[in-house]
Design a protein around this ligand. Sequence first.
Ligand code: BGC
Length: 326
Amino acid sequence: MAGEPNTAKTSHDAFAVNKLLGRGVNLGNALDAPQEGAWGFTLEEEYFQAVKDAGFDSVRLPVRWSAHAMNEPPYTIDPNFFNRVDWAVNCALSRNLPVILNIHHYNELNSDPAGQKEKYFALWEQIAGHYKDYPDILLFEPLNEPMGKLAATWNPLLKQAISVIRKSNPDRTIIAGPTWANTIANLKPLELPKDDRNIIVSIHYYDPLPFTHQGASWVTDRDSNAWMGTKWTGSDSEKKATTRMFDIAAAWARENNRPINLGEFGAYSKADMESRARYTRFIADAAIERGFSFHYWQFDSDFAVYDVEKKTWIKPLFDALLPPKE
Ligand code: BGC
């Protein structure tokens, strides 16, 4: 009706922003490696174009800021690194792709929160200040997968990180998740500032781990080689295990009136492709059915949905993530 305020405005409305995130991919293993390229993947502008052309709605950009800043006050971030992240963020924004910018692989913060928190807040002070005038479709995610010693103090640390961000970005949508790898089981104890409604809650889902992480060398507490050959057949019990957890997340979201983003899911390339495609489709659909946005882990490298050598999408995974175009 004429004269009515435009309630469809995206800013300040985390639910509307979450709709824009839709179906997305992680551009991981590049800026979150110790140095970009160290894990065999370097971002190129054409990848952003490929993501856009394919019809994905958004990207998540994992960044290891902690490795590119001073270790003592004022913890200055290397300006060359800032330039590189600016370039990546702009590659997304100039294509109207919403982008989630996070702090990823800050392992020292997980193991020594007391010793690292000053640096952590200083990083956010700089990142938030730097991007404060960027469009609303740039989102900040305070930290990927809080765990270890940090788990016990995540709630107060997160609140403080949010207040650091809010000083320069009062209206930007923030994405935050529960402890222990953003697992659904840890949603209940997650505390968010009650009056700040511009927050999307992010969960990660890699269950069952013996399937998704078979042969993964970075799983150190169990023998992931013993899991090799594990399939995901899509049996009732396999499906129920997922729907039970996703229903818990959806119920939490309703009770707390917060939108949900499935920020990571996928299966490692050592699993067989048929199982991976079946699993990926099931998880993607389960997320969308419940109104969650998602970011598949990941575009490139070990969980790849895109073959960077051949410059082609890996069909079975791609089809699992994006419904066929009409
Ligand atoms: C990590 C990646 C890892 C993936 C699956 C991500 O959060 O950053 O290094 O490959 O989880 O385990």
